[in-house]
Design a protein around this ligand. Structure first.
Ligand SMILES: [Zn+2]
Length: 378
């Protein structure tokens, strides 16, 4: 069943880690720094055929991840041009973080970039649960794809020590804007963008009023779960971005939750990747978020990951799709194509037994009838 709202299992940063992260600064302006390349390893934990997700969806999501981190995504210019949201125009920022493999992923399961592990678990509770089934690959950003429990779309762990970073996304969220996964509104691949943001120590914006998580991300009390760029219906707030969720809670009548003497009372920036709307309603990292991630990766992140420094002079281009086009609805088809003999087998057996029994009775009846006729005749 497709989710109605986003659910992320990543917790808030511990206070000491948050303080350390906020003290990390860049040596120069972000746009003057070299691009960083992060090696990625995908691990698919599957029990059923649909959980053993087609590598083309993984590739599509990988490309979406690259596009989103480079501000090259097709929907990057979606900021409404009407007040109040036009104040957020031109904030989308190239993070100068790229991901390997930049070449199209091989379709072979033996690829070092996509590991597949058959499991007996019907679902996974957490990233740690995923790690218990298959250890992470050192030096890499480990992305686990599995059926997550309790409606979780994804989860990441804030790691500042060790030899890898890790996050998990639920299998049906894997896809892209061009090739949506089975979760539809939550299948455009933005769950992975959100979770990878967490692995680079980005936080949700809804940490409360009074303190911004990032200089250019207004404070907010609650996740913007129902905010939409182009809502189908208006509710008196406006036809563009509407902070439905917070307003429905009765915080105030305007699309902002932090008002009063202790807050700025700004409108909320719900369409950045670390808030909670559906995939189509999130399309950018702000400069503050991009700088924070770069500061992590260029310092402590280098101790966890085999980060390469690139000499690119322009944003990394996502590898073009070189594999056969993805069927837009492969999941029902996969289910329909195969016969589940665990269910169908016993039914077929019962039918055969029933028919055999009926035929047997009929034969016996005819024999008895013939016998009686012979007896009557004699
Ligand atoms: Zn999250």
């Amino acid at each position: 069943m497709q989710p109605i709202t986003r659910s992320c299992g990543t917790e808030g940063l511990p206070a000491d880690v948050r303080l350390q992260q906020r003290q990390r600064t860049l040596a120069s302006a972000l746009q003057d720094l070299p691009y960083l390349k992060v090696p990625v390893c995908y691990t698919v934990l599957f029990r059923t055929p649909d959980e053993n997700i087609d590598v083309r969806f993984i590739q599509a999501n990988h490309e979406q991840l690259q596009l989103d981190f480079s501000a090259q995504n097709a929907d990057v210019d979606s900021v409404p041009d009407k007040p109040p949201y036009n104040v957020f125009a031109n904030m989308a920022t190239d993070t100068r973080i790229t991901f390997s493999p930049t070449d199209p992923l091989t379709i072979e399961d033996s690829s070092v970039h996509v590991r597949r592990v058959k499991v007996s678990e019907t679902e996974f509770q957490s990233v740690s649960h995923c790690l218990s089934k298959m250890a992470a690959v050192p030096g890499k950003l480990n992305i686990y794809i599995a059926r997550l429990a309790d409606g979780l779309l994804g989860q990441a762990i804030f790691k500042t020590t060790g030899t890898f970073t890790v996050c998990a996304v639920t299998y049906a969220s894997v896809g892209s804007v061009k090739a949506p996964g089975a979760f539809g509104a939550f299948g455009l691949g933005r769950t992975l963008t959100h979770e990878v943001g967490h692995t680079f120590l980005l936080e949700h914006p809804f940490t409360g009023c009074g303190e911004r998580t990032y200089p250019d991300v207004p404070a907010t009390r609650f996740p913007n779960e129902k905010a939409q760029l182009n809502p189908a219906t208006t509710d008196g707030i406006g036809a563009f971005g509407c902070n439905h969720y917070n307003d429905l809670r009765g915080i105030n009548g305007a699309p902002k939750s932090c008002t009063g003497a202790d807050t700025s009372g700004e409108f909320e920036l719900f369409f950045q990747y670390m808030d909670y709307p559906s995939d189509a309603n999130m399309f950018m990292f702000t400069r503050g978020q991009a700088e924070s991630m770069y500061a992590f990766l260029s310092t402590v992140g280098r101790q966890l990951l085999s980060v390469e420094t690139l000499t690119l002079t322009s944003p990394a281009q996502a590898a073009p799709l070189s594999l056969p086009p993805i069927n837009p609805s492969p999941f029902p088809e996969q289910v329909a194509k195969g016969i589940d003999w665990a269910i169908f087998g016993p039914i077929l057996f019962a039918v055969i037994v029933f028919i055999s029994f009926g035929v047997g009775l009929r034969i016996q009846y005819k024999r008895n009838l013939a016998k009686k006729r012979v007896q009557d005749a004699s």
